[in-house]
Design a protein around this ligand. Structure first.
Ligand code: ADP
Ligand code: GN1
Ligand code: MG
Length: 363
């Protein structure tokens, strides 16, 4: 069925006037839809969920409904505006949370206007605000019943498992691409002993399991044009029980890189320590004193491991024939991997400063 017809299956007023691809995500397909009713035009986000990756769409949408309802209550209690501060699922005409057409699944949200989301940091203040928003998201969900959440992608940030899958992909060499990635494979192998660190501490209960977002890219927070505040956390597909260090680490990996995620000129890739500091300050403030001393001590490790893990994931996908992350050019996933590994190397050079900054950010 074409998108226009599918949109008509949702409980929205008017008729779809314009539908255009929107955003820069690697997994789902996102569209901005203008609905016209007389002279009135309302914007909506319409998304096709990637069902190759998210196998249990009922579970995934249950998570989003539960989490957004919880956020709505909390936002109302503090006198906020839930229509701008959380996503709200638009039901289908039959009252479902998504529409299924064969194997394809779709959902809609109202478009939150007068906001922006960035693919790269424009100024440190915005990055600080995004950190505050992700920390606040964590605080608002601190009392959410984590056991009711479905694990939408099992072992999503289990870096130990990601490393094992990577080694299997190297051994299989299904696409005869190992020969193009020798230095990258060696770099990852040398850091194999780092990969079980967080999973091990979680197992020993030295780190608390929390409700986390798990995909804290800068473009997953909407910043209010007028106030400059990070008002709404979006892209909730991977909200699951996890570690605060995943959320901190992934945000640093993406936002505190002085270059973009797929930069080819690796001399441009580095950890921007000012951005790292801004994020640490904002995240700690947003978490509202809830992080344990162990979590705080491990924030640099979270940043390094999430960057290494993402490099491992990009390279695994390259070796397996680019079946997971959407690519826009040949060797795109190899380029993305190289950028992550260059960032890991820079973090290792700046390891001492990364720890000193966390101590400063606490006060
Ligand atoms: P993906 O999984 O493809 O990253 P997202 O849910 O993050 O999908 O949406 C892609 C982009 O669309 C976001 O980065 C943001 O710019 C925009 N977006 C998504 N939902 C909304 C919304 N409700 N209001 C305004 N913009 C949105
Ligand atoms: C994917 O969907 P998107 O683009 O926000 C991926 C993240 C990666 C990221 C790398 C469900 O996020 O885990 O960190 O690409 N999401 C999923 O850019 O795998
Ligand atoms: Mg996104």
């Amino acid at each position: 069925m074409e998108n226009q017809k599918i949109i008509e299956m949702f409980a929205v007023e008017g008729t779809p006037k314009h539908i255009r691809a929107y955003g820069s995500g690697h997994i789902n397909r996102t569209y901005l839809v203008e609905m016209q009713q007389g002279t009135d035009v309302q914007n909506y986000i319409f998304q096709q969920i990637n069902t190759d990756i998210f196998k249990n769409v009922d579970g995934l949408m249950d998570n989003i409904m539960g989490v957004t309802a919880h956020l709505k209550r909390k936002i109302q209690q503090r006198g906020g505006d839930p229509s701008r501060e959380t996503l709200q699922i638009i039901p289908t005409l039959e009252g479902g949370s998504y529409y299924r057409d064969g194997d394809n699944c779709y959902r809609m949200y109202p478009f939150i206007s007068n906001t922006y989301s960035y693919d790269s940091v424009q100024n440190p203040q915005d990055f600080y605000e995004s950190a505050l928003a992700f920390g606040n998201f964590q605080s608002l969900l601190a009392d959410y019943p984590a056991e009711t959440l479905h694990e939408t992608i099992p072992d999503f940030h289990n870096t130990r498992k990601r490393f094992a899958d990577f080694r299997a992909a190297v051994d299989a060499d299904a696409c005869d691409r190992v020969r193009f990635a020798q230095p990258e494979i060696a770099f990852i192998m040398e850091r194999g002993q780092d990969t079980p660190v967080l999973a091990g501490l979680l197992q020993k209960k030295e780190l608390p399991l929390r409700v986390t977002h798990n995909d804290t890219k800068l473009n997953n927070v909407l910043i209010d044009v007028k106030t400059g505040k990070g008002i709404c956390i979006i892209d909730l597909d991977t909200v699951m029980p996890g570690l605060s260090l995943y959320d901190f680490g992934d945000a640093i990996r993406f936002g505190a890189n002085s270059a973009s995620e797929d930069e080819i000129d690796l001399s441009k890739v580095s950890l921007d320590l000012e951005l790292y500091e801004q994020y640490a300050k904002g995240y700690l403030k947003g978490c509202n004193g809830n992080l344990s001393p162990k979590e705080i001590e491990l924030l640099p490790m979270g940043a390094k491991l999430m960057t290494l893990e993402c490099g491992i994931r990009f390279l695994t996908d390259y070796l397996c024939g680019d079946t997971y992350f959407r690519i826009h050019r040949e060797r795109h996933n190899l380029d993305r991997c190289r950028t992550q590994l260059a960032l890991v190397a820079d973090m290792e050079r700046k390891w001492r400063q990364m720890h000193e900054i966390i101590l400063r950010a606490m006060y």
